[in-house]
Write a protein that binds this ligand. Structure first.
Ligand SMILES: [Zn+2]
Ligand SMILES: [Zn+2]
Length: 421
């Protein structure tokens, strides 16, 4: 097999790995870089052209360029989990900056091996801060590649990680391993349960509403937020987009215990004006979700200290926080990567800037409660120990060279450099 990391060998995000065998090529992920100023090679210049593209999960640093495939050939299929597709559609439907993919989409399921030309592919479900996330095992020409995607062991699906340790692929010739947490040794890795307890303590002591700033796609964190509300006997409120994301999960997994409007009476929905407009303009499209959202309309009780609310990092929500803090102190719990509020490149974005400024508000009690979507270094060591790859190649990291100190058989390839196994 011939392999090229088109992007992601020296940075976090922008992942794209090209694998060629017997004249056929697949790409694993096709994401946008997260790093400011990180150059992108035009899609037409990335050779060889893919016969199919596989997405490990919904995050834009893995999926954000799929619309460009259309420029190459609008018949190139994109393989992904069904929920991932639903989340991509949800993002596009609620955010005018994103467009639904035009190329055909094919679904795979965890552990069910499927062929693409000469390749046999198995998607391994993994624990990550996005749901429906996978690692890929790619077999062809008698060789096996394992691509970790983004994964961790401390979220709400730790069994997927344990399973990978207990039942690893038999023989791995080359492993691509994400190394996000290299260089972040100061970041404490907590479990989602630990976060839940810490959030619940804050909610219990509130004298006015609490706000939790998080990503709408991070279902683990939404569950943490709702469980913390249950513990503290507060009513959880999410926006229409958050409720719609939970609806996608429910439609894919009707038996799920993940809260949604069908099963969780206490969950309430806040009608942000722009999202409300969207809901009203496409009643049929939303189906029974439309009526449910209205039934669960937020803030029927007027006393705000009974509530905790999940919000996004936006000007609109920062203004809402200030309004609620006009008389009585509110909590703002920032539940995303802390550097979004400290690094100038992120503070250029108006949403993070507005949330960051709340730190100085006299009636805002500001907290940071977050845990990474990525495996700690000790967990990565366990994984490598279990898979015993012949060769190990860093990806999705700013500290690729640190792999050498920990692992044997590390090989380094730069973006665009060809490798053969
Ligand atoms: Zn990523
Ligand atoms: Zn990710």
């Amino acid at each position: 097999m011939k392999i090229i990391i088109h992007k992601g060998s020296q940075e976090i995000g922008g992942n794209c790995v090209s694998i060629t065998e017997s004249g056929k090529t697949i790409w694993l992920d096709f994401g946008l870089p997260l790093k400011e100023g990180s150059a992108i090679v035009e899609v037409g210049k990335l050779q060889p052209k893919p016969d199919a593209v596989l997405l490990s999960h919904v995050h834009l640093d893995h999926s954000g360029r799929i619309n460009e495939l259309n420029e190459l050939d609008n018949r190139i299929p994109i393989y992904m989990g069904r929920l991932t597709h639903d989340l991509i559609k949800a993002l596009c439907d609620f955010n005018k900056n994103y467009k639904r993919p035009k190329n055909p989409v094919e679904y795979f399921q965890g552990f069910i091996t499927f062929p693409i030309g000469p390749f046999q592919i198995t998607a391994w479900p993994v624990d990550h801060s996005a749901p429906d996330a996978y690692s890929f095992m790619v077999e062809a020409g008698g060789k096996t590649i394992f691509y970790s995607g983004d994964l961790r062991a401390h979220g709400r699906k730790p069994k997927t990680f344990e399973n990978l340790l207990k039942n690893p692929p038999a023989k791995v010739d080359l492993m691509f391993l994400e190394g996000t947490m290299f260089g972040r040794s100061g970041e404490k890795v907590k479990t989602e349960e630990e976060l839940e307890l810490e959030m619940a303590e804050i909610f219990k002591n509130q004298t006015n509403i609490s706000f939790v700033v998080s990503s709408g796609q991070n279902i683990d964190r939404i569950v943490t937020f709702i469980c913390a509300c249950n513990r503290a006997r507060k009513i959880p409120v999410v926006g229409i987009y958050g409720a719609w994301v939970l609806e996608q999960f429910y439609r894919n997994y009707p038996e799920t215990e993940v809260p949604n409007l069908h099963k969780f009476e206490d969950l309430e929905v806040f009608f942000e004006p722009s999202q409300k407009k969207k809901l009203e303009s496409a009643k049929e499209f939303f189906g029974d979700f439309y009526g449910l959202a209205y039934e669960h309309h937020a803030f029927k009780k007027k006393d705000y200290r009974h509530y905790a609310m999940l919000i996004g990092a936006s000007d609109f929500y920062a203004e809402l926080v200030k309004k609620c803090a006009s008389h009585e102190k509110v909590n703002v719990i920032f539940s995303m990567w802390p550097e979004y509020l400290t690094k100038p490149e992120h503070l250029k974005k108006p949403g993070f800037r507005a949330i960051s400024r709340l730190k100085n508000h006299p009636r805002v009690q500001f907290h940071k409660k977050h845990t990474s979507g990525h495996a700690s270094i000790p967990d990565l060591e366990k994984l490598v120990d279990a898979l015993k790859p012949q060769k190990l190649c860093p990806i999705h990291t700013e500290h690729a060279l640190d792999f050498t100190g920990l692992f044997d058989n590390v090989i380094y390839v730069e973006d665009g450099q060809e490798l053969e196994i």
